[in-house]
Write a protein that binds this ligand. Structure first.
Ligand code: AHM
Ligand code: MG
Length: 335
């Protein structure tokens, strides 16, 4: 394990799981994009980045200015490097092909440019989530090439924009966290081995939707709030950051369970969840599993899902093993 204090570049140079020059370079490009975004987020109104963009994305969600700016920053900093074969994001209807004048690389970069959009205007925690897979063919990728299961990710990570900005990554052999040192403009290793404790007494769910929850989730949250005298036999605490990056970061620091389940309202609308498999659930699922936690829909392991479309949504339960396992059992008993 590397010593705290190394820069991201030094870490990648010495990291066995990152022996490819083009992967190291792509991660360095991503880091630069995250530093640019961190700067814009910090300057907020001063940078003119707050507020709505006045248009919707392919999923019918209102886009914020920063959603679009963040998407553009990622495209600008990666498309001409010869390291990516194509990009896909929550904010684009289809994948973004690398323009013909640029060389294509071997990686597919899939990302949620600005997670927690509703927090932008209130100076709350936001983030960027990314996933890297390989494109084996010489030909330019099509949308279907991005539909790879989470197990095929070669790297996943996020950058949290909060009181400090932190880049957290996995290359398939554990999870490392880097804090942005604004004085050096570099990410510095501060959390060499992040791990999720298997036991927890903290849950994260948007409880405003409880009337729509299905029976297993209702039963589980009732058991949590029943505290010491309830069926789980311990008192719980609740947190909800409004940003998956904020919630998952807390869980990687001190444990917990994060839930964005399927509910009856979504079923009526023909949706299979809120969070997106390729941009949110898969990368966060890889990080959580690599830190010793568990990532599930209630019925299947998130990383085992074979995606069927770019913007596919899935129910998400992830975090400390004991609690995720408990909710999965409640689903198996279906009550
Ligand atoms: P976004 O990517 O459009 O910001 O949406 C995803 C976010 C997650 O970060 C967060 O956990 C969730 O949506 C919050 O949803 P809600 O407003 O329903 O609580
Ligand atoms: Mg998101």
């Amino acid at each position: 394990m590397m010593q705290a204090g190394s820069t991201l570049d030094e870490f990648l140079e010495q990291h066995e799981a990152c022996d490819r020059e083009d992967l190291r370079a792509l991660l360095a490009d991503i880091a630069v994009a995250c530093i640019d975004l961190s700067d814009l987020v910090r300057r907020g109104e001063l940078a003119g980045v707050l507020g709505a963009a006045g248009q919707e994305n392919v999923q019918g969600e209102e886009q914020k200015k920063l959603d679009i700016i963040a998407n553009d920053v990622f495209i600008e900093l990666t498309q001409a490097t010869g390291r990516v074969a194509g990009l896909a994001s929550e904010e684009m209807d289809n994948h973004y092909p690398i323009p013909a004048q640029h060389k294509r690389g071997r990686y597919l970069l899939t990302f949620d440019p600005l997670d927690g959009s509703s927090n932008i205007d209130v100076n709350g925690a936001t983030g960027t989530i990314f996933s890297i897979t390989e494109h084996a063919a010489e030909t330019a990728p099509v949308d279907d090439d991005f539909l790879q299961s989470g197990r095929k990710q070669v790297c996943a990570g996020y950058c949290l924009y909060s009181s400090a900005s932190m880049l957290v990554i996995t290359l398939g052999d554990g999870v490392a966290g880097f804090t942005l040192d604004n004085k050096r403009n570099a990410f510095v290793l501060t959390h060499p081995s992040m791990s999720v404790p298997s036991a927890t007494n903290e849950f994260a769910i948007n409880a405003a939707y409880s009337e729509h929850w299905q029976a297993p989730v209702k039963r589980y949250i009732s058991a949590c709030v029943a505290g010491k005298n309830g069926p789980i036999g311990k008192a719980f605490n609740m947190r909800w950051a409004g940003s998956m990056v904020g919630d998952i970061h807390r869980i990687l620091c001190r444990g917990g369970i994060f839930m964005y389940p399927l509910d009856e309202r979504m079923i009526k609308e023909g949706k299979q969840g809120k969070l997106r498999l390729l941009y949110e659930a898969n990368p966060m699922g890889m990080l959580i599993e690599q830190a010793g936690g568990m990532a599930h829909t209630g019925l299947v392991s998130i990383l085992d899902i074979a995606p069927d479309n770019l913007h596919q949504r899935v129910p998400v339960l992830m975090g400390s093993k004991e609690e995720v396992q408990r909710v999965v059992e409640y689903h198996a008993n279906n009550k």
